[in-house]
Write a protein that binds this ligand. Structure first.
Ligand code: USQ
Length: 384
């Protein structure tokens, strides 16, 4: 298939591009380097230097013999995006092209405004470009489990059947985001659902939990093909952060009571899920929603895993309970269903002791590159 990977420079975008290319798809990556420049502006760059997309595509070609084409530009610019869709005429579009950080979206009005404008304009333009140039294409959009929040009932896979005053109907599962970033994902879903209803587009919306990991089949052993591995408070997800903290001797930064529970998955499983969704597309006029995670853990359970791994590797890992800078439930019910991707054939990589230890050992090689003052700066959801 001809596939556009929008946000192809990101933590998930670049590994996805290589994974789909390795599977024989014809991949074009599009990015405007927004995440790179925001990380640079905030002095929170990743653990490894990541070559630009053109260089990465060259290195990938040397390794695999396969080409990935690169287009640099801003999807919020209609002339640019319509040119991309018009020339490439994709059969599938994987859309990751958003400001991905919850803490970033809570810094101040400017950061919040950038998140809102960028994320919604990009999604809006993608919908219009699809409809103008490739109305039968399949859009795979990255949403987030955070759209649902932490309700006191079981979380269904996207939809909820409601019986009210003796009548029944099906609605999007109620959503209650915990940050402005997560709210933009809810608004994206609403935009998609509207245009699916009126224009009959095919869309898969992936409600993904926090991702961890670095190595994939495509980058193993080639540092220049690694993704961004962020461990700072803005762009690092919690398990990646805890691994770096353990290696550098920084106490693990548990926010509040640490009972916050989320659905986690290995980067390798993100790639599998996106490929499975791509190769079994949604029907015309369908908004298909999958809950994309493998296992649920509380923050305390993750910290126990990192400490146990530290013990096995002879590291002395300590923990620090910090006042929670976020506004979120610290003890709550959490039971999301996630059968759709398993039914499509997902073979999960659970967070075993071996997986934990191998991630820790990989990062141990790069210990000298850790900049410890990036680890915690205390971005508060509600300024004092
Ligand atoms: N947390 C800590 N200590 C830390 C960092 C985080 O206790 O040092 C806690 C947070 O308070 C939260 C949980 O760990 O309760 C997860 O935090 P996170 O930073 O790993 O994840 P989050 O901010 O929710 O965002 C990440 C990705 C985002 C994606 C989301 C999926 O950055 O792009 O959408 O995970 S989900 O969490 O399911 O909404």
């Amino acid at each position: 298939m001809r596939v556009l990977v929008l946000g192809g420079d990101g933590y998930l975008g670049w590994p996805t591009a290589m994974h789909l290319s390795a599977a024989g798809h014809d991949v074009v990556v599009v990015d405007n380097y927004l995440r790179r420049s925001l990380a640079q502006e905030r002095d929170c760059e990743a653990l490894f230097e990541v070559p630009n997309l053109v260089r990465r595509a060259q290195i990938w070609k040397e390794r695999s013999g396969r080409s990935i084409n690169v287009r640099i530009g801003d999807l919020c610019n209609w002339d640019f995006i319509s040119d991309v869709f018009n020339t490439i005429r994709p059969e599938a579009i994987v859309h990751y092209a958003e400001q991905p950080s919850a803490p970033y979206s809570m810094i101040d009005r400017g950061a919040a405004g950038l998140t809102l404008t960028n994320n919604l304009s990009a999604t809006f333009n993608v919908i219009h470009a699809m409809n103008n140039f490739t109305p039968k294409a399949h859009l795979i959009k990255l949403g987030t489990m955070g759209e649902y929040g932490t309700p006191n009932i079981d979380i269904e896979e996207g939809w909820l059947d409601v019986e009210h005053n003796g009548r029944k109907d099906r609605f999007l599962f109620p959503r209650a985001a915990g940050s402005l970033y997560h709210t933009t994902k809810i608004l994206d879903t609403d935009l998609l659902w509207f245009y699916v209803r009126v224009w009959g587009l095919r869309v898969t919306d992936l409600m993904q939990g926090p991702v961890y990991g670095l190595e994939t089949d495509e980058n193993e052993g080639t540092e220049a093909l690694y993704s961004f591995f962020n461990y700072d408070e803005i762009f690092g997800t919690v398990l990646n952060r805890f691994i770096v903290q353990a290696i550098s001797g920084h106490p693990l930064t548990i926010y509040g009571k640490g009972g916050q529970t989320r659905g986690y998955l290995n980067l390798k499983d993100t790639l599998q899920c996106v490929k499975l969704a791509l190769e079994a597309p949604a029907r015309e006029g369908e908004l298909r929603i999958f809950n994309q995670f493998v296992e649920t853990f509380s923050v305390n359970e993750l910290s126990d895993k990192v400490r146990a791994s530290g013990d096995r590797l002879g590291l002395n890992v300590s923990v620090e309970t910090l006042p929670n800078p976020r506004q979120e439930a610290e003890e709550h019910y959490y039971k999301p269903s996630h059968t759709g991707l398993l039914d499509l054939g997902l073979k999960p990589h659970p967070l075993t002791d071996d997986v934990m230890d191998s991630m820790m050992m990989l990062i141990l090689h790069y210990k000298s590159r850790i900049v410890s003052d990036r680890i915690y700066r205390g971005i508060k959801w509600k300024p004092a």
